[in-house]
Ligand binder design. Structure first.
Ligand code: ADP
Length: 357
């Protein structure tokens, strides 16, 4: 009995103890669960935070990617632009190279043409030298032939005077007179050739020229020409400034202009005149030789200064006078021009440098 009691107590005690133990274990388990649950919450929060962080990172990454994308696109555009620019440059370079090649060819052509020109210039220099030599030989020849021709002409004129003095026959005297006028004409032509040659061969010989006196004397010499009869001659020169030039050349110019004015006058007619007017400055002589003769039509104004040119139908002259006048005036640093109309008269205006010093 006793033992049973004892057993019952002991079982109860064990049960209590077990129950207590259980309690303790349960409470410990609870605590453990609570702890675990806390830890879980914390780790959940951490996880959530990490997720948030990741999402933020993702957004940043997306933005960064978009930026990179944008930059890439900009780079692509830039690359495309660069490509276009490069192509343009390449094209321009090609064009430049083509142009350079063309320029090189053009340069070579120019160099070739220059060389040809140089050769031509050298040939021209040689030809010029030969021409100058031939010209001066020709000049010398013309001068000596003309000079030598005048002596027999003077002899013939002397013989004519002899015949005219001896003969009483009208025919002989008329023929002698015709021969005389031809000889005088021929002598006049030879004199012109001589003055042309002299103008080329000799240097300018400057001296004081008394203009009024020189022109009047020249006319006096020419007034014996038959055609000069009845022509009123007038010279008005304002010689304020002394005039210096080549006297012989100047006289040749005046002689030619006045003899032409006499030769090409209207005949017979009253009121015929030849007027020489002019003035001097420190620099120039301006002179006008004017007549109211037959005149020259406009179309011949340039031609009359050419060598051996005379107007169609008027065969009396040799056509060398005005050519010599122009040559001489050019040598004296001057100029000449004609004003004229057919039927109303002619005036030649000349300017000659005053070579004071
Ligand atoms: P020419 O020996 O024929 O006179 P010029 O050279 O002196 O040669 O003159 C050329 C031409 O100009 C003459 O043939 C003449 O027709 C014309 N001429 C020159 N001077 C005059 C003038 N004062 N009046 C009209 N015609 C003129």
């Amino acid at each position: 009995m006793y033992s049973n009691l004892y057993n019952s107590k002991s079982i109860r005690h064990i049960i209590n103890t077990v129950s207590c133990l259980n309690q303790t274990i349960l409470s410990k388990l609870d605590m453990e669960i609570q702890k675990k649950s806390d830890e879980l919450i914390i780790s959940k929060k951490e996880f959530a935070m990490q997720n948030e962080e990741k999402e933020k990172r993702n957004v940043e990454l997306i933005i960064a990617n978009k930026k990179i994308d944008f930059k890439n696109r900009e780079r692509d555009i830039r690359t495309a632009e660069l490509n276009i620019a490069n192509r343009k440059l390449a094209f321009q370079n090609e064009e430049k190279e083509t142009r350079a090649a063309e320029l090189m060819i053009a340069n070579k052509e120019l160099a070739f043409q220059n060389k040809e020109k140089e050769n031509r210039a050298a040939e021209l220099i040689i030809a010029n030298m030969e021409l100058t030599k031939t010209n001066s030989e020709l000049d010398r020849f013309v001068y000596s032939v003309s000079h030598d021709l005048r002596a027999p002409l003077t002899s013939i004129l002397g013989l004519l005077s002899f015949i005219e003095g001896e003969s009483k026959e009208a025919d002989t005297l008329e023929h002698a007179n015709m021969i005389r006028s031809r000889i005088i004409r021929l002598d006049g032509f030879i004199k012109k050739i001589l003055s042309y040659s002299q103008n080329n061969r000799t240097d300018i010989d400057v001296e004081f020229i008394p203009l009024q006196k020189t022109i009047e004397e020249t006319y006096e010499m020419l007034r014996s020409i038959k055609d000069a009869e009845g022509i009123h001659f007038e010279v008005i020169i304002n010689e304020e400034q002394s005039f210096y030039s080549d006297l012989q050349r100047f006289t040749t110019v005046i002689e030619n202009l006045i003899s032409n004015a006499i030769k090409y006058h209207k005949k017979p007619q009253t009121g015929r005149y030849i007027k020489v007017t002019g003035n001097t400055t420190r620099e120039h002589l301006h002179l006008k030789v004017e007549d109211n003769g037959i005149g020259i039509a406009q179309e011949f104004h340039d031609k009359i200064f050419e060598m051996f040119y005379h107007l169609p139908g008027k065969q009396s002259g040799t056509g060398i006078g005005l050519y010599i006048v122009k040559e001489i005036i050019e040598k004296l640093d001057g100029s000449i021009r004609v004003r004229s109309e057919a039927g109303t008269g002619t005036s030649f205006e000349i300017t000659i440098k005053n070579t004071i010093t």
